[in-house]
Design a protein around this ligand. Sequence first.
Ligand code: GDP
Ligand code: MG
Length: 217
Amino acid sequence: MAKVNIEKKILTKNEMKAAEVRERLKDVAVLNFVSSPGSGKTTLLENVLAGLKEKYKIAVVEGDQQTTHDADRIKAAGVEAFQVNTGNACHLEAVDVERALDTLGYDLDLLVIENVGNLVCPAEYDLGEDAKVMLISVTEGDDKPIKYPVMTRACEAMIVNKTDLLPYVDFDVEGCIRYAKGVNPDLEIMTVSCRAKEGLDTVTAYIEKKILEKKGK
Ligand SMILES: Nc1nc2c(ncn2[C@@H]2O[C@H](COP(=O)(O)OP(=O)(O)O)[C@@H](O)[C@H]2O)c(=O)[nH]1
Ligand SMILES: [Mg+2]
């Protein structure tokens, strides 16, 4: 007799919550920014969102173990922000995003999530986002995309930041991109310097494309 194997993936509590968040944000572009601490996530958001906020309704969920520094910086740039302090935890969970949205509201064009700074556990947690975006700064070493392949594979785009510091560090941009593409050939790559204000238009265009894709649905 022929045997049929029926396998059903059992969703974790976080995956179920992420699905709920995704459903409620089905017309909103949701981007989850991940990186090592200090790569420049908040600086990039301060720069890029300041322009986009003139056209779109934007909110930011900030994740850090402690302090409200990043939410304060985003608010100072004129964008709504909600700080989640994760205490001992190394990542945000979908329930944190849901809690933030209770305050921020769902009437948005773009929700940006800045995850807790590390390239390990945020890779494993779906927050209901459309895409994860990884930052790497040139002071970190160009091999990070292959040292943290789970994250590299989980991301849609990688932004290489702090290119103004290239003359002072041993960082091979092409080599870094080669490592990254070796792990995830579809990765979209952008290079920027938030300090020198270079490449920011490319990031703005990427985010705007994500907003318009969701609006078009
Ligand atoms: N030289 C240089 N410094 C930068 C650049 N972008 C950010 N920084 C600095 O890097 C540090 C960490 O930035 P921050 O945005 O807080 O990083 P986050 O932890 O990833 O959010 C700050 O001192 C920033 O001023 C850049 O393009 N060039
Ligand atoms: Mg930050």
